[in-house]
Write a protein that binds this ligand. Structure first.
Ligand SMILES: [Zn+2]
Ligand SMILES: [Zn+2]
Length: 297
């Protein structure tokens, strides 16, 4: 199978969706990123950005008359990364097959959280009532998700994985309340690292730097300006310890890991386009190939 590794952003906000004036350039949907590897579709997180993405996938599959198969990876299970899933149209399609992975103490943790999110008290349709075929599994950091000719499966090592496979490796970070999975997706020698909801350390997060080494694209949390993080922005309390990075922390990881490009992600929901643009400009002075994620990038 040939083709390019493509990344498309559908939701770039952290915490909660922010529609409205002043949020138009970068967009107001919460975290969701589409990765296309040839014909294969992988989705990172199910914030509200997954809703328009799902609609597009459903329309494409109907027009092409082929069954949808999608891998969905959750970085963690906070609301801004799961709240779009109940409205993800492919989950309702009987001929769609979803392989859903994320963190959890036991293999069943992820499915029980998703079931809970759609309990009768909180949502009209249960997870079971969604007609697609769903394989939902919590995975461990040591495991590798592989998508090859044999389909999607979880491997314990890289032995026997061939060059045509789409491969996902996991780094478990503790730099966010409750922990977060950082993913490295590799296809035909190209790599994308998705490091959302993570706070930097003094002297950089060395484990993350090693994990992200030489990535072609590093998507990194950059929720806060330096002033906001330190409590020096009027009306905004300090956010140290919240589990999110400043733009400088993101640039330090990009530089130390020698990433090809840095995409700033998980913008603060209170930040206007103007404020995100300022963060982006500051990033470019620290890491040349930096830009802020926006919907449709
Ligand atoms: Zn988040
Ligand atoms: Zn979070």
């Amino acid at each position: 199978m040939s083709g390019k590794l493509r990344v498309k952003f559908w939701g770039v906000r952290g915490s909660y969706p922010t529609p409205g004036e002043g949020m138009v350039k970068y967009g107001g949907n919460t975290a969701s990123v589409e990765i296309r590897a040839g014909e294969r579709t992988l989705i990172l997180d199910a914030g509200t950005g997954i809703i328009p993405l799902g609609r597009g996938l459903a329309q494409y599959a109907s027009a092409q008359k082929h069954a949808l198969e999608v891998v969905l990876l959750f970085s963690h299970l906070h609301h801004d990364h799961t709240q779009g899933f109940p409205f993800f149209v492919p989950a309702y399609m009987p001929n769609a097959r979803l392989h859903i992975f994320g963190p959890g103490g036991t293999p069943e943790t992820l499915s029980s959280v998703l079931e809970h999110n759609q309990s009768s008290e909180t949502f009209p349709v249960s997870l079971r009532e969604m007609a697609s075929t769903k394989n939902i599994q919590s995975v461990r950091e040591s495991q590798i998700i592989v998508w090859d000719e044999a389909g999607v499966h979880v491997a314990e090592s890289t032995v026997g994985i061939n060059d045509e496979a789409l491969v996902v490796r996991i780094h478990k970070s503790y730099a966010h309340p409750g922990g977060v999975y950082i993913y490295r997706i590799t296809w035909h020698g190209k790599s994308v690292v998705y490091a959302t909801d993570t706070e930097g350390y003094v002297g950089t997060d060395r484990k993350l730097v090693a994990f992200a080494r030489d990535a072609d694209v590093l998507i990194h949390d950059a929720q806060y300006s330096e002033e906001h993080y330190r409590g020096q922005l009027a009306g905004f309390p300090s956010t140290q310890g919240y589990g999110h990075s400043t733009v400088t922390m993101a640039c330090e990881v990009a530089a130390a890991s020698e990433a090809g490009q840095l995409i700033l992600f998980h913008h603060d929901p209170a930040y206007s386009d103007e404020m995100v643009a300022r963060i982006e400009a500051s990033a470019k002075t620290q890491f040349r190939e930096a830009q802020a994620a926006y919907e449709a990038l």
